[in-house]
Design a binder for this molecule. Structure first.
Ligand code: 13P
Ligand code: SF4
Length: 334
């Protein structure tokens, strides 16, 4: 473990014993274990599916399991619950939130929507179920461009809550949008100057950047995409070395799926733009709240469970299903 990292890996024997217990409980409950690409390696290794927000929503939409255990953050587990209102959906740590979700309270969105009845609201999936219920369509970083291209031409687009993803999609589509002023606290810490230094140090490396990053950083990218597309890009590229500008949990899958390639985590800086002590990789404190111990406990106790009001479940389902439907359309057919 790099010094300064948020996680303290368990001794291997303890991790193995816990993993065995988790797999046995999972079988007993007919549960499916879905994990985001930022989860700690030992959780990724016991999961049935590891992916980005889009892939995880698609898996949640089609699962036949009785119980869904979501190793990610709260809005992701809520999305799985909205798609499976009659199933038990568990989240190992109920406090695993998201700074983007926090930035967009539903009452503030409702008030802002009231200022323009022609708004068509596109919500990045990193938002609460209440915000989804107020939206016309949901998107993820993996399909945002496609969703915006499919939006009705006669409507004024309101994009919530990530101003950086929204700005990037505007650049891609040329479609103007009103942007909510939210951001991912982990991705906005990447800076152009530190990335330029890395590029000088490793001129052969390709730079892959998540679109939640600032424009000054996106401008230096060879590829800008969701976490799943980043992994696909690194696999397909003939390059041997990559600078990865996103949360460091993704390195586990990259290394596993491309064992002969080298992945360098872009560093983050603190508010004074002074290098932080020890590990300077970006870690999302929310994603790192889930641990193997909490995962075992949630399977054993069947909680924390996601519960939503029936009217929110019903209203939030429509924009998510619209996203899944648009996402499944062949490319170029919006
Ligand atoms: P994706 O994995 O969908 O690219 O999203 C990144 C993220 O920040 C999830 O919270
Ligand atoms: Fe939210 Fe950022 Fe963490 Fe993703 S990485 S869960 S956007 S705070």
């Amino acid at each position: 473990m790099a010094p300064g990292s948020l996680r303290r890996p368990l001794p291997p024997a303890q991790a193995e014993a816990l993993s065995r217990e988790i797999l046995a409980l999972k079988r007993k409950l007919n549960a499916v274990l879905l994990a985001h690409n930022y989860q700690v390696p030992e959780i990724q290794d016991v999961a049935d599916f590891v992916g980005d927000s889009l892939g995880l929503s698609q898996q949640a939409a089609k699962t036949s399991a009785d119980v869904i255990v979501f190793c990610g953050v709260h809005f992701m587990a809520e999305t799985a619950k909205i798609l499976n209102p009659n199933k038990r959906v568990l989240l190992p740590d109920k406090d695993a939130g998201c700074s983007l979700e926090e930035s967009c309270p539903a009452d503030q969105l409702r008030a802002f929507q009231a200022t323009n009845p022609n708004f068509h609201t596109i919500a990045y999936i990193n938002c609460s179920a209440e915000v989804k219920a107020l939206s016309d369509v949901i998107c993820t970083s993996g399909n945002a461009e496609k969703i915006v291209r499919a939006a009705p031409a006669d409507r004024d687009l309101l994009f919530v809550p990530d101003e950086n993803l929204g700005a990037w999609v505007m650049e891609q589509t040329g479609r103007p949008m009103t942007l909510w002023r939210g951001n991912c606290y982990a991705h906005v810490e990447f800076r152009r100057d530190s990335l330029l230094r890395l590029r000088e140090q490793f001129p052969d490396a390709k730079v892959v950047v998540h679109p939640e990053s600032l424009r000054e950083v996106r401008e230096l990218a060879d590829a800008i995409c969701s976490t799943e597309k980043m992994i696909a890009y690194c696999k397909a590229s003939p390059a041997r070395r990559f600078v990865v500008v996103t949360e460091s949990g993704i390195i586990h899958r990259m290394q596993k799926e491309c064992p002969d390639k080298e992945f360098i985590c872009a560093p983050v800086f603190d508010a004074l733009r002074v290098p932080t002590d020890g590990c300077r990789c970006s870690e999302c404190k929310f994603m790192k709240m889930n641990t193997l111990e909490k995962l075992r406990a949630c399977l054993a106790d069947l909680r924390p469970q996601i519960m939503l009001r029936p009217e929110i479940l019903a209203r939030a389902r429509q924009p998510i299903e619209r996203m899944l439907e648009i996402s499944a359309r062949p490319e170029g057919n919006t």
